[in-house]
Design a protein around this ligand. Structure first.
Ligand code: 13P
Ligand code: SF4
Length: 321
C-alpha cells in the first residue's frame, strides 16, 4: 500500500477506535480522565483533561462506575484512594514515573525513623506511591504547593518529598526553609540553561513558560513558572502571542486546542526538539480501548494503606478550596 493509503487506513482505524471507546464508555458508565501529557487522540476522547490537581478533584467527585485514568500509575492510585468503591483502570500498568520511583516508601520510612527526633512535617508531591502518601502529613501538586507549604505548622521542620526542584521553587516562593528529598523528574531534567537560552535567541518575541519540576538554571530563564493547568490561563491572559513551553510535549495539544490564535513552541532539550515522557507515552488509543472493554489492568489497594493515604490527600483537597 502507498504511504498515503496507509495513513488514511490508520486514520480510519483511529476513528473507529474512538467511536468504539465512546460507545463502551456509555455501556460501562465510565469516565475517562486524561493528563495534559497524553497523546492528542486520547485527549480528544477524554471527558476531562487536566493537571494532577484537577484530575484528583474529578476522580473524587465522579459518580461514574468506572474511572479510566489515562496518565501514570500514581494518578490511577490517587483516584482509587479517593474513590475506592469505583473500578479504576489504567491503559498500561507499566506507566510509572521516575520521580515517584526516586522515593520508595521503605526508604522514606527508614529516613523518618532515623530522624524521628526532628518530628518532620512531611509534605509529599502527588507524584509518589500510595505508600509514600500514607507516610505523609499532606499531599501537594505543582498547582497548590505554595499554598500547602504556607499552611504547614510553623513549629515543625518540613521534609518535602520527592521532587527537589519543585521543593526549591516553593522555598523561593514562600521563604520557608524545607529539607528536600533528592528526587527529580527525568523529563524536566533534560532541559538545560543552554537549550533554553538557544530557544530565547531563536524566538526573541516568545515568552518562556516552564514547569517547576525544571532545574533552577532553567526556571531562572523563564517568564513564568507554573503547573500545566496554570499554563493555560497564563498563555490566554498574556499579551504575548507566542510561547516556548518548557514541559512535556503533550501539553502543546491542549494549549493549541484551547488557544488556537496563539503560537506554541516546544521547549528544546540539548539533544531533542522537545521532551517526551516515556511513561505517559505508553498509553495509546488501542490500550485505552482494551482497558475499557476488559476493565483491566485494575488498580487495587490494601484498605488500611488506602485509608492512611486518603487522609493526606483529603487534607490537600480541603486546603485547595
Ligand atoms: P501537573 O500537571 O500537575 O503540573 O504535573 C506535571 C507532571 O509531571 C505530572 O507527572
Ligand atoms: Fe513522572 Fe516526569 Fe513523566 Fe511526570 S513527566 S510522569 S513526573 S517522569
Amino acid at each position: 500500500m502507498q504511504t498515503e493509503q496507509l495513513e488514511r487506513k490508520a486514520e480510519m482505524d483511529r476513528v473507529d477506535l474512538a467511536s468504539e471507546i465512546v460507545r463502551l464508555k456509555q455501556e460501562r458508565n465510565a469516565v475517562i480522565l486524561a493528563h495534559n501529557y497524553q497523546i492528542k487522540e486520547i485527549q480528544e476522547v477524554a471527558d476531562f483533561v487536566g493537571d494532577s490537581l484537577g484530575l484528583s478533584v474529578k476522580a473524587a467527585e465522579t459518580e461514574a462506575d468506572v474511572i479510566v485514568f489515562c496518565g501514570v500509575h500514581f494518578m490511577g492510585e490517587t483516584a482509587k484512594i479517593l474513590n475506592p468503591s469505583k473500578t479504576v483502570v489504567i491503559p498500561d500498568l507499566n506507566a510509572g514515573c521516575s520521580l515517584s520511583d526516586s522515593c520508595p516508601a521503605e526508604k522514606l520510612d527508614d529516613f523518618l525513623t532515623e530522624h524521628v527526633l526532628k518530628n518532620y512535617f512531611v509534605i509529599a508531591y502527588i507524584n509518589c506511591s500510595a505508600g509514600v502518601k500514607a507516610l505523609a502529613d499532606v499531599i501537594c501538586t505543582s498547582g497548590n504547593a505554595v499554598r500547602i507549604v504556607q499552611a504547614a505548622p510553623v513549629d515543625r521542620p518540613i521534609l518535602f518529598v520527592p521532587d527537589q526542584n519543585l521543593g526549591a521553587w516553593v522555598i523561593e516562593q514562600t521563604g520557608r526553609p524545607m529539607d528536600l528529598w533528592q528526587g527529580s523528574c527525568y523529563v524536566h531534567m533534560e532541559y538545560t540553561r543552554d537549550s533554553i537560552e538557544r530557544a530565547r535567541r531563536e524566538y526573541p518575541d516568545a515568552e518562556i513558560v516552564a514547569h517547576p519540576e525544571c532545574p533552577q538554571a532553567v526556571r531562572l530563564l523563564a517568564d513564568e513558572v507554573c503547573s500545566t493547568e496554570k499554563m493555560i490561563a497564563y498563555c490566554k491572559n498574556s499579551f504575548a502571542t507566542a510561547f516556548v513551553i518548557v514541559t512535556e510535549e503533550g501539553m502543546l495539544h491542549r494549549l493549541r486546542r484551547e488557544i488556537p490564535n496563539k503560537v506554541f513552541i516546544p521547549g528544546p532539550t540539548d539533544h531533542c526538539a522537545c521532551a517526551e515522557c516515556r511513561y505517559m507515552k505508553l498509553n495509546t488509543l488501542e490500550k485505552l480501548y482494551h482497558s475499557l472493554r476488559d476493565l483491566t489492568p485494575e488498580i487495587t489497594l490494601d484498605e488500611p494503606l488506602r485509608k492512611l493515604a486518603e487522609g493526606s490527600v483529603r487534607r490537600m483537597l480541603e486546603l485547595s478550596k
